[in-house]
Design a binder for this molecule. Structure first.
Ligand code: NAP
Length: 428
């Protein structure tokens, strides 16, 4: 019987230091739950001389990540540096040496998860990645374990705190995207280069991981239809409110008839739905299973301690399996025979805004094109000002198919009464 579990951290930044703090401050509790202590044996960083809030013995720190990978005493290697390389090489190297892995690296998992998990299976080691989606929210464990008896029907997620913070401020204070982004950057809610977050790419990475677990479907993140929030204007948020909707950057995966729709885009959702109420930098995931019905998980989707909490939970799960060799941690994705649905075939309700010349007959021209393309109108808001001026014309449609909508918009864009690029926001 092992007398302790030995951990090596690669990365000692936001998540690495949270992980260390939890292992240190809750050491007694963790030991009482596992029966043996968990010890951090080595920590690899890039800049060894950097001043750090947490002091650790000099012998523990190294600037050579390979020392963690090659240390024969280390049972679990925790990768918290992010990015593709050297993270991937270090993980595969550690697996080859029979070490279990914990990682928070969603980008790497979304792009190379199958390769990493296959290598781990061959070697009989585990890969824990709870921290890669939803920070402190235990969504991976819920999908793998708690909902194991369910056929998953849909997963909806607010998975990026930066975008949700910006949209919440725009909604509550009527401010523009650019204005709120600058404030979010000052407050530390947004990176200096926010493209990954506000462009929906980070959300797509996380959705790729969830889709694999929920539906057994492997999908490349760049094959996921992805739109970000940069083009959202307060005007559309305001019109959405008039229809009883709130705007969120939503990750959506829904299965019907053996196909799974997988998409990320700004979405109008009814005010009264629980996910519409998720504000600020919080994250949430709503899962519908055929047996359990609706489940919603809500919490802090990032940050040092919430993400560290998920990392340490994985370390503890793996420790239990190390201490009880008969017990396998449930870390594999289910196999499945579902395929992804082409975006062109996806059906949705749509919010459309056209900036048009304020003159009689405009609505009938636009509705004519929509009708010709199998799109029927549910309601309209038309604000007239001075005849001949430019006014918004807002239309909510009944359910329509994406390819019909694209064809209709291409035609409407060519009408002389339409003065700007039309705005399209999908509605769930
Ligand atoms: N931040 C969050 O809230 C959050 C939430 C969920 C998931 N994640 C994921 O967690 C991972 C870590 O994110 P983070 O925010 O903690 O990053 P971070 O604060 O930038 O920290 C990165 C750490 O990695 C070290 N590092 C970088 N390259 C290295 C190398 N080649 N060898 C050894 N150490 C190296 C850095 O060393 P120095 O300290 O010497 O620079 C630093 O300690 C990423 O995959 C991220 O996507 C983060």
């Amino acid at each position: 019987m092992k007398e302790e579990i030995s951990v090596g951290l690669i990365g000692f930044g936001t998540v690495g230091s949270g992980t260390f703090r939890i292992l240190r401050d809750n050491a007694e509790l963790i030991q009482s739950r596992l029966g043996v202590p968990v010890k951090v044996r080595k920590i690899a960083v890039r800049h060894i001389g950097r001043r750090r809030e947490i002091q650790v013995p000099a012998a523990v720190l190294t600037d050579k990540a390979e020392e963690v990978v090659n240390d024969p005493e280390i049972d679990v290697v925790v990768e918290l540096i992010g990015g593709d390389e050297p993270a991937k090489g270090l993980i595969l190297g550690a697996i080859a040496r029979g070490k279990h892995i914990v990682t928070a690296n969603k980008g790497l998992l979304a792009a190379h998860g199958s390769e990493i998990v296959s290598a781990a299976r061959r070697k009989g080691v585990a890969v824990g990645f709870e921290a890669s989606v939803g920070g402190g929210i235990p969504v991976i464990k819920v999908l793998k374990e708690a909902l194991a008896a369910n056929r998953i029907l849909s997963v909806y997620g607010i998975l990026n705190g930066t975008s949700n913070y910006i949209l919440t401020k725009m909604t509550d204070e009527g401010r523009s995207f650019d204005d709120v982004l600058v404030e979010a950057q000052r407050a530390g809610y947004a990176e200096a280069d926010p493209t990954f977050d506000v462009g929906g790419i980070d959300t797509a990475h996380k959705l790729a991981i969830l889709v694999n677990l929920a539906f057994g479907l492997t999908i490349e993140p760049n094959a996921i239809f992805t739109e970000g929030i940069t083009v959202i204007s307060p005007l559309d948020i305001d019109f959405g409110k008039q229809f009883g909707y709130r705007l969120k950057l939503l990750a959506i995966a829904k299965q019907h008839n053996g196909r799974v729709e997988v998409r990320v885009h700004p979405t109008m959702i009814p005010n009264e739905s629980p996910i519409a109420k998720v504000g600020g930098a919080y994250n949430a995931v709503q899962i519908v299973g055929d047996a359990c019905g609706d489940i919603m998980l809500y919490g802090k989707g990032a940050g040092s301690m919430p993400t560290g909490s998920a990392v340490v939970a994985d370390i503890m799960d793996i420790s239990r399996a190390i201490l009880n060799p008969g017990m396998q941690p449930l870390l594999a994705a289910p196999s499945g025979n579902l395929t992804s649905q082409e975006m062109d075939e996806v059906a949705s309700l749509y919010y459309l805004r056209f900036m048009v010349v304020d003159q009689p007959g405009v609505l009938s021209q636009i509705s004519g094109v929509l009708g010709k393309n199998n799109i029927s109108i549910e309601s309209v808001i038309q604000r007239g000002r001075a005849l001949g001026g430019v006014v918004p014309l807002v239309i909510m449609t009944h359910e329509a198919v994406e390819k019909d909508m694209r064809r209709a918009l291409a035609e409407i864009r060519g009408l002389s009464c339409v003065l700007e690029q039309p705005v399209l926001i999908r509605v769930e």
